[in-house]
Design a protein around this ligand. Sequence first.
Ligand SMILES: Nc1ncnc2c1ncn2[C@@H]1O[C@H](COP(=O)(O)OP(=O)(O)O)[C@@H](O)[C@H]1O
Ligand SMILES: [Mg+2]
Length: 355
Amino acid sequence: MTLPPASTIGIVGGGQLGRMLVMAAAHMGYKTHILCEDENSPASVVSTFTTVASYTDEAALKRFASCVDVVTFEFENIPPASLELLQATTIVHPSPKVLATCRHRVREKSMIRDCGIMTASFIGVKSLTELKHAVEMMGTPCVLKTCEFGYDGKGQVKIESDDECEAAWNTLASKDTILEDWMKFEREISVIVARDVAGNTRCYDPVENIHRNHILAQTNVPAILPDEMAKDACNIAIKLAETLDLVGIMAVELFVMKDGSLLVNELAPRPHNSGHWTIEAAATSQFEQHIRAICGYALGYTTTLIPCTMLNLIGDEVLNWKEYAQNPKAHLHIYGKADIRAGRKMGHVTVLEKV
Ligand SMILES: Nc1ncnc2c1ncn2[C@@H]1O[C@H](COP(=O)(O)OP(=O)(O)O)[C@@H](O)[C@H]1O
Ligand SMILES: [Mg+2]
């Protein structure tokens, strides 16, 4: 079934990804309803409706579900039980099961391995004693991460030698962690895959991602890769989307190793920062594609129309907007966050390389 225009799309989460989903939905004639925990979120200022409530407020969740025609989410830190509650009343895409797998690093990596796809070696760790054993088995350097709630490098500590275990354990202050082998990758790429209700898939070109201070700083489009490797990356993304029975879009972050092998780092079953370039430079933006998938449209073409670079405006960098405003190749996106904070994603700019 295709959701008719003027229907209402519920979006759980109020950040910039929600904001850009709202704008894509609006140009297709849909209303939107944001459910988020903060007043004046980047998404709610552009959305038709907003409910401000805790993601565990059952009454609010039920009310929200009864006013929308389909629900999606723009971040992963929602309790899967809350999505299940929504699903009792309305359609939820991607499914609560996809969320439950992708929001937990051990479950996520285990699923990827079960598909026969490579990841860094990892061990689930639930105590300091387990951590010491795991570091002994894996060797250093390695990285300890919380299984849930990590983003932009938050919730992870690199361990360079055995005697750093206790400090790392105390820093994370979590009993549900994952130890990963530290991979000396050559570069980082990502692929965005879309899958519709009927199971058709389309992939965007792989892009190269450059991080600074563990935060995505720059995406180069397309990644310069051998054709075979680009194809392999897309096939990995498609296989994962099919295994998860995904409806919507999903980003797959990969490490490219020196020997040319590809390891999956993590998955995000939602629009992704490394896909923002698609707004100007792909036939269909990742945001429209997600709305298309969850509303029962055919997927749009994912062709790259023009090579480009996406630069995140982090913290004070947003103050450089004037410089970009005078550049005809630059497309500014400012998220409307009230306070500038170090490390906070305030906006991004897509710079078209060739016109
Ligand atoms: N096992 C690893 N080996 C080497 N680098 C890593 C590893 N895990 C993460 N990193 C680096 O840290 C960045 C952030 O880690 P990631 O697991 O993607 O968490 P998040 O993006 O949720 O903060 C990665 O993009 C990569 O640069
Ligand atoms: Mg990541």
